[in-house]
Ligand binder design. Structure first.
Ligand code: ZN
Length: 348
C-alpha cells in the first residue's frame, strides 16, 4: 500500500499534538511509563512508520525519513521534559518529608529518679554513716531463731503467732522476717565489739491494708555496742540524727516502753515538726510524733550472740522508713508508696 507524504504529515502533526498534550499532563512515574510505551515503544505509531519506510515511494523517502526523525525528536523531548518534572516533584516531596527544622526544641530524655522511700533511706543511712555507723545486711527469709529467739522473744509471745507473722512452706521455723532486728543478731554474731551498725530493709506482718498499714513495710535498725555505752549516748545519737534529718532542732521525749530485747526500753517521741507542738492533723492534735522504739540491749541478747555483757553494753533503735518518708513529704496514705502511680512518684 502506497503511503502519501501529505497523509503522513497530517497524521504526524496530530501525533505530536497528542503526545505533547499527554506528556504535559502526566504527573507520576507509572503513567509516564505507559505514555512512553504508547508513543515511543516498539508498537508505537512512529516506530511502526519507520518500519514501513519500504512502502514509501523512493523519491519521498529522504523527506519522509527526516520527518519521522523530527517527530521522534519532538516526542522524546516532551517525554524527557515530563520525566524531569516528575522526578523533581518526587524528590521535593521526599525532601519535604525528611525536612528537619533545626529551630524546633529537642525531644529530651526522660531521666528516672529514686523512689521516695529509697531517697529517705539513703538520707538516713548517710546521716548515721557520718556518725561512724556502718551498713550491714541480712536475709528477708529468716528462721525463728534470728527473728524471735535470739531477740529474747518467749515461745508463747503473741508476735510469734501465725496471725501476726507470715510463715513459709519451707518448714515451721522459716518465716518472712517481721522486723529488721534479725539483721542485728547476725551482725552481733559476726562482729567483734566495739561496733556501730545500721541495717535496713523490707519486713512483713500479717496486717490489714489501710492508709497506715501494709502487710510489708520498711525498717531501719541502729545499734552501738562498746564499753560503757549508756542511755545518754543513745539520746545524743538519736537526737542528733533527728536534727539532721528534719534540718532543725527537734525537742524529744523518751517514754518508758517494753521490748523483749532491750532493757530499759523506750518510745522516742519528737515534738511535731509541722505544728511545733501546737497540735495538727499529722500529729493527731497531740503535738508529738511517735518516731521509734529504742533501749539498752538486754544482757541476755548480748550473751546469746557471744558478746560479754560484763564488758560491753549498747543500745538499739528501730524506726519505720515509710513513716519517716510520710512525715518528710507529708504523705497521708502509706499505699501511695507502693501502687506505682506515676502521678505520685513524679512529684519526688
Ligand atoms: Zn502537729
Amino acid at each position: 500500500m502506497a503511503v502519501t507524504l501529505q497523509d503522513t504529515k497530517l497524521e504526524l502533526e496530530r501525533l505530536v499534538a497528542d503526545a505533547t498534550k499527554d506528556f504535559s499532563e502526566v504527573d507520576e512515574s507509572r503513567s509516564l511509563n505507559d505514555l512512553r510505551v504508547k508513543y515511543l515503544g516498539d508498537k508505537s505509531v512512529i516506530v511502526n512508520m519507520r518500519r514501513n519506510m519500504k512502502d514509501v515511494p523512493k523519491e519521498d523517502k529522504p523527506e519522509f525519513g527526516k520527518l519521522i526523525n523530527k517527530v521522534l525528536g519532538l516526542i522524546n523531548e516532551s517525554f524527557e521534559e515530563a520525566k524531569t518534572k516528575i522526578e523533581t516533584a518526587e524528590l521535593n516531596a521526599k525532601l519535604e518529608q525528611e525536612r528537619i527544622d533545626p529551630s524546633l526544641p529537642g525531644l529530651g530524655t526522660k531521666l528516672g529518679h529514686l523512689h521516695p522511700l529509697t531517697q529517705v533511706s539513703n538520707d538516713i543511712v548517710s546521716i548515721f554513716e557520718k556518725m561512724g555507723f556502718s551498713l550491714v545486711d541480712g536475709p528477708e527469709i529468716e528462721n525463728t531463731y534470728y527473728n524471735f529467739t535470739a531477740l529474747n522473744t518467749p515461745e508463747d509471745h503473741p508476735a510469734r503467732d501465725e496471725q501476726d507473722t507470715f510463715y513459709t512452706k519451707l518448714g515451721e521455723e522459716v518465716l518472712l522476717r517481721s522486723h529488721t532486728s534479725s539483721i542485728q543478731i547476725r551482725a552481733m554474731e559476726r562482729l567483734k565489739p566495739p561496733f556501730r551498725i545500721i541495717g535496713h530493709g523490707r519486713v512483713y506482718r500479717n496486717e490489714e491494708v489501710n492508709a497506715r498499714k501494709m502487710p510489708f513495710f520498711h525498717q531501719l535498725e541502729v545499734m552501738m555496742i562498746e564499753e560503757n555505752v549508756n542511755f545518754g549516748h543513745m539520746k545524743w545519737v538519736l537526737n542528733e540524727f533527728l536534727k539532721q534529718f528534719f534540718g532543725t532542732d527537734v525537742p524529744t521525749r523518751f517514754r518508758p516502753d517494753f521490748f523483749p530485747f532491750t532493757e530499759p526500753s523506750a518510745e522516742l517521741d519528737a515534738q511535731c515538726v509541722f505544728c511545733k507542738g501546737k497540735g495538727c492533723a499529722t500529729c493527731g492534735q497531740r503535738g508529738w510524733l511517735e518516731l521509734m522504739g529504742c533501749g539498752m540491749v538486754d544482757p541476755n541478747v548480748l550473751e546469746m550472740a557471744g558478746i560479754d555483757p560484763e564488758k560491753y553494753s549498747g543500745f538499739a533503735a528501730g524506726l519505720g522508713i515509710d513513716r519517716f518518708a510520710m512525715l518528710k513529704y507529708k504523705i497521708n496514705d502509706i499505699r501511695f508508696m507502693f501502687n506505682g502511680d506515676q502521678r505520685f512518684l513524679n512529684q519526688f
